[in-house]
Design a protein around this ligand. Structure first.
Ligand code: 13P
Length: 341
């Protein structure tokens, strides 16, 4: 593996003022998101939608990278340009989701295991050929009655580490994503404990499998109360619980942490990232974003599958990316939302 190349790409992905767009929804997930706003999911509608996002003028100012789905990396824009080339042309690094989604963890009700290690090396070699420079693998941890279990935490942490080792061997930066879900009525303390446990285990496994930490990025959840929790917490509490948890679990050699939005509203996801960056100085890693829903919610709804709405949808997408770009340095404020309205 070429460590200096991995480090260079990882650092580019967390360059100041920029973050990552996760546009790697699998067939099932994009189908659900489209259905919610009345768009029929077909190969062509998915292609047209992603073309709308990636050809937004000036997006390279706020996006360092885009995570693609396997279908999209092989698609072209309407003028026949391959999607990875369109992104490179805009100064945005193309990446790809390489896990094969989750299955129910056997003998453990309510828990998930992420699959996709079989044949991974061959797939990575091919993705690199067609333009990917980084990768993502998402593990899912659920908080509930008696869960997460040791079995779930351990199995997912080891799969994440093996994936990261495969990716580095192919000179592709691994984005290691252990997501503790927001679903449920748990407290912020329960989320803290599950996140701390999963991150400790993940970094233990990364060590055991020889992964070079300076050539990875971490994509964690924020430490936050469950979406049905009786008591919701303030932006500052989420920011401090998250950073304190990361300080106790993530080695300083990791260049950056790019959060997932995980079902938070788009404004909250921006406010939380902004609070972390304004409340804490001198952290060992960059704190950035790798959002799917919190960047795409509005643009997808405005687009609605209609070519006449492309410009308005791109405007909303550009605005959201710009707001999160400002949150990278703690310079975001709610007035900036109003100015744009
Ligand atoms: P959300 O920002 O919608 O959580 O998606 C991020 C992601 O890539 C999940 O794998």
């Amino acid at each position: 593996m070429d460590v200096s190349k991995l480090e260079e790409t990882a650092r580019e992905l967390v360059a100041p003022g920029k973050g990552i767009l996760a546009a790697d929804e699998s067939f099932g997930t994009i189908g659900k998101r489209f259905e919610a706003v009345g768009i029929e999911s077909s190969e062509e509608s998915r292609r047209a939608y992603r073309e709308m996002l990636f050809t937004t003028e000036g997006i390279g100012e706020f996006l360092s990278g885009v995570i693609l789905f396997e279908e999209t990396i092989r698609q072209e824009t309407s003028d026949g340009t391959p999607m990875p080339e369109v992104l490179e042309g805009a100064g945005v690094i193309p990446g790809i989701k390489v896990d094969k989604s989750t299955v129910d963890l056997p003998l453990s009700e309510g828990e998930k295991f992420t699959q996709g290690l079989d044949g991974l090396g061959d797939r990575l070699a091919e993705y690199r050929e067609i333009g990917a420079r980084f990768t993502k693998w998402r593990a899912v941890i659920t908080i509930g009655d008696g869960i997460p279990t040791e079995s779930c935490v351990e199995a997912n942490a080891e799969a994440l580490a093996l994936y990261a080792a495969f990716a580095q061997e192919h000179d592709l930066v691994p984005i290691v994503e252990p997501e503790v879900l927001i679903d449920g009525d748990h407290s912020i303390e329960q989320c803290y404990d599950a996140t701390e446990w999963m991150l400790n285990r993940t970094f233990g496994e990364l060590y055991e499998h020889g992964v070079e930490l300076s050539g990875i990025l971490l994509k964690p959840n924020m430490v936050i109360s469950g979406k049905d929790a009786p008591q919701q917490v303030s932006v500052e509490e989420v920011a401090s619980a998250t950073v304190e948890c990361l300080l106790r679990t993530v080695p300083a050699a990791v260049p950056g942490i790019a959060f997932l939005s995980g079902g938070q509203t788009d404004l909250r996801a921006t406010a939380h990232l902004n609070a972390m960056n304004s409340m804490y100085g001198g952290l060992p890693w960059e704190l950035s974003f790798s959002y799917a829903r919190a960047l795409q919610g509005q643009p997808m709804e405005i687009w609605g599958g209609d070519v006449d709405n492309v410009q308005a949808a791109q405007k909303a997408f550009h605005h959201r990316a710009k707001m999160n770009g400002a949150a990278r340095s703690g310079d975001y404020s709610e007035e900036m939302e109003e100015q744009a309205a």
